[in-house]
Design a binder for this molecule. Structure first.
Ligand SMILES: [Zn+2]
Length: 164
């Protein structure tokens, strides 16, 4: 899902679980659970508008993604203190796949189009799990209506973070 959703889940995990244990176990517990939360959230990515490829010529795609980027950035700034490390942990899987491995693969493919780092990537594993065990989940990946479930999820997460 979008970075904002992972940020909010990470922040919630820190808010509710950090006090359970003492140093250093509280940090360890939050980091491990925030990383694991990425798998749980991404398993349900199909209920959101989240095309696997970019569509810069599709107006709705550009507006939706730009809006989510801006919302993610604002959320990261607002929640930076004290939640930055839990938010970072919740996004480590995306950083590993999308910020490190995919760009390296893209550079290598310029010389060798067959080059792939997919076996080291984590998202294809999440996708395989989803395709095998969650076939009942509606597929809105390419459906503009898919922004609604993610917005609702983010509003609920915000409310949980601020009202509880
Ligand atoms: Zn992800």
């Amino acid at each position: 899902m979008q970075a904002i959703t992972h940020f909010l889940v990470g922040a919630l995990i820190q808010k509710f679980l950090f006090g359970w244990l003492h140093l250093p176990w509280n940090f360890l517990l939050v980091i491990v659970l925030a990383i694991l939360s990425h798998f749980v959230v991404d398993v349900f990515v199909k209920i959101t508008f989240h095309t696997p490829e970019p569509y810069p010529e599709w107006r709705f795609w550009v507006i939706a993604n730009t809006s989510f980027y801006i919302a993610s950035l604002i959320t990261a700034i607002i929640l930076f203190i004290p939640y930055w490390w839990a938010m970072l942990a919740a996004n480590v899987i995306d950083i590993y796949d999308w910020v490190i491995l995919r760009p390296v693969q893209a550079v290598k493919r310029k010389k060798n189009p067959e080059y792939t780092l997919e076996k080291y990537m984590i998202h294809p594993r999440i996708e395989r799990f989803r395709d095998k065990h969650l076939t009942w989940v509606p597929n809105l990946l390419y459906d503009p209506k898919g922004v609604i479930p993610e917005i609702i999820i983010d509003i609920i997460l915000f409310l949980l973070l601020y009202l509880l």
